[in-house]
Design a protein around this ligand. Structure first.
Ligand SMILES: Cc1cc2nc3c(=O)[nH]c(=O)nc-3n(C[C@H](O)[C@H](O)[C@H](O)COP(=O)(O)OP(=O)(O)OC[C@H]3O[C@@H](n4cnc5c(N)ncnc54)[C@H](O)[C@@H]3O)c2cc1C
Ligand SMILES: NC(=O)c1ccc[n+]([C@@H]2O[C@H](COP(=O)([O-])OP(=O)(O)OC[C@H]3O[C@@H](n4cnc5c(N)ncnc54)[C@H](O)[C@@H]3O)[C@@H](O)[C@H]2O)c1
Length: 483
């Protein structure tokens, strides 16, 4: 029996109210309920949020066959069996099942099982600790939080202001992850994570993809060698990757049919769809922030317990605080915030907001891992070399061509990949690690443990990687460091 409310005007009080039921909001309510506090959650679309329906889950469902086929094509004796095209309709049907056909019944049941009251509708602050929810049938509910409100409203895609763009009905990440057909020609604007992953998926599904990248390379937040490897591989697969390409206008007569993207200098590209993967904006423009002394549309600044600067009851968790736009990191913040809310509600003397304390999201500053499911995969945690130098560390970078790793050659013939660690020379611990290559994503957690644990290099030397796995990259990197 679900507890989704019906059309009755009512006033309700809970210990904690969470605005937004993405992966992060769900984890906040889970933690505060586990600590014995009562909780309600407000959601205007689907319980499970962007990640479940239009981001992580559908994108990875689209990418998995592309990456598996690519790996299989590098294995002698198997290669010949996987030369045909992907069955695009089968892949799209699998994607649909991975996202539960855009239905959230399972989430409703789970929230009901942990006794969290779900309010469907758009939530807005009407004052400190007070929110009004406008339900789908015009009903209104007033919610009061005794201890805390957590804003977990996430982000939406940003579209640049360009002539012709609104009428051209561009794809954003939502359409790129939910389309039920493969466009013949897809133009992708933006060379960040969404652009790269979606170019990889749709090219593998049969589209002819052109990437228009404003800057000099792909995945600019990672070490430069990552973007170089990924761009080269995309080009080999037939993607037209154009760097230094500034879009000035978009033309689509009548809003349907072919779309033309005009570039600085007058050049233009024609496609059947155009995806703008040009970043995210916080969903804080219409949540009544002005009623609690904050600026609508802004990212919400928080301390390490995820409490909004200057407030003793308001928390902002996940994408909306702009610390790390990643599901796993937002869920980590949710665990920390949930514990901090509970400790403060109890007036608990054990509240520990110092570095690496139980109530501080310290890893947000030191060890944020990210795997990009490009082909080859890219994975990074902590600081890149340039970032570490800018931050004032005395560092040394150690580089490795992955072909020196026996396991790489076995994983895939002609394996191409690269690894780098960045070592803090004063403390002899790792500050960052970056890998690019087939199957490399699963290597990342070892680096995350080393960085979050501040494991001394001298002790890492005793962490023996199994032969012959990709993890022997560690041995080669440490040998190079120790000379
Ligand atoms: C294409 C794509 C692929 C991605 N892939 C990955 C990946 O592989 N791994 C990874 O870690 N991250 C990935 N991300 C990032 C990930 O999706 C986000 O970091 C994650 O969804 C953030 O979770 P959240 O709960 O903070 O916000 P969201 O998931 O955005 O959830 C916020 C929820 O709040 C609701 N809401 C907003 N305003 C209101 C309101 N006023 N009232 C009621 N409800 C409201 C929304 O409807 C939504 O359900 C990807 C992102 C994109 C775009
Ligand atoms: N596998 C994963 O972990 C994963 C996958 C997808 C998304 N995400 C998360 O989602 C977030 C959003 O991804 P994203 O790719 O949308 O954003 P992004 O910020 O990573 O990349 C956006 C890119 O668009 C470019 N750009 C911005 N305005 C432009 C314009 N007018 N014309 C041309 N280019 C322009 C930027 O220079 C940038 O390189 C990321 O922060 C990422 O962490 C994670």
């Amino acid at each position: 029996m679900t507890r989704t409310v019906d059309a009755v005007e009512a006033e309700h009080a809970y210990d904690v109210v969470v605005l937004g039921a993405g992966p992060v909001g769900e984890n906040v309510v889970d933690r505060v309920r586990a600590a014995g506090l009562s909780a309600a959650i407000v959601e205007s679309e689907l319980l499970g949020g962007e990640c479940s329906y239009w981001a992580c889950m559908p994108s990875k469902a689209l990418l998995r066959p592309a990456l598996a086929r690519s790996d299989a094509r590098k294995v002698a004796g198997l290669r010949e069996s996987v030369y045909g095209p992907l069955d695009a309709m089968e892949v799209l049907a699998h994607r649909d099942s991975v996202v539960g056909h855009w239905k959230d019944d399972g989430q409703v049941d789970w929230l009901d099982s942990i006794d969290v009251r779900v309010f469907r509708g758009h939530g807005r602050f009407v004052g400190p600790r007070r929110l009004e929810v406008a339900g789908p049938e015009g009903e209104r509910h007033l919610l009061t939080a005794r201890h805390a409100v957590a804003v977990c409203t996430g982000t939406r895609a940003v579209l640049p202001e360009l002539p012709g763009l609104p009428g051209a009905h561009p794809w954003t990440s939502r359409e790129a992850t939910s389309s039920d057909r493969v466009p013949e020609r897809l133009i992708v604007v933006g060379g960040g994570v969404v652009g790269v992953e979606m170019a990889t998926a749709w090219q593998a599904l049969g589209a002819k993809v052109t990437m228009l990248v404003r800057g000099g390379g792909l995945l600019p937040r990672m070490e430069p060698f990552v973007g170089e490897h990924v761009a080269e591989a995309l080009a080999t697969r037939g993607v037209d990757v154009r760097t230094g390409a500034d879009v000035t206008a978009v033309v689509r007569d009548g809003g349907t049919g072919p779309v033309t993207v005009v570039l600085e200098g007058g050049d233009h590209v024609e496609g059947d769809e155009v995806l703008f993967a040009t970043g995210r904006a916080p969903r804080t423009d219409d949540i009544g922030l002005e009623k609690v002394g904050l600026t609508p549309g802004s990212w919400l600044d928080v301390d390490d317990s995820l409490r909004v600067t200057g407030s003793d009851w308001l928390y902002a968790v996940g994408d909306v605080n702009h610390r790390a736009l990643l599901t796993h990191q937002g869920k980590y913040q949710a665990r920390i915030a949930g514990a901090a809310i509970a400790a403060r509600a109890r007036g608990d003397a054990s509240l520990d907001t110092g570095p690496w304390g139980a109530h501080a999201a310290t890893a947000d500053h030191a060890a944020v891992p990210q795997v990009v499911f490009s082909d080859p995969e890219a994975a990074a945690v902590g600081l890149g070399l340039a970032q570490a130098e800018r931050a004032g560390y005395r560092v040394r970078a150690v580089d490795l061509d992955m072909r020196q790793v026996a396991g790489a050659g076995l994983y895939a013939q002609g394996y191409r990949g690269h690894a780098r660690i960045v070592v803090d020379l004063d403390r002899e611990v790792l500050l960052g690690a970056t890998f690019v290559g087939p199957g490399i994503g699963e290597l990342l957690h070892s680096a995350t443990v080393a960085i979050a644990g501040e494991v001394p290099i001298a002790r890492l030397w005793h962490a023996v990687p199994s032969y012959p796995t990709l993890s022997e990259a560690w041995l080669r990197l440490l040998e190079a460091y120790r000379g």
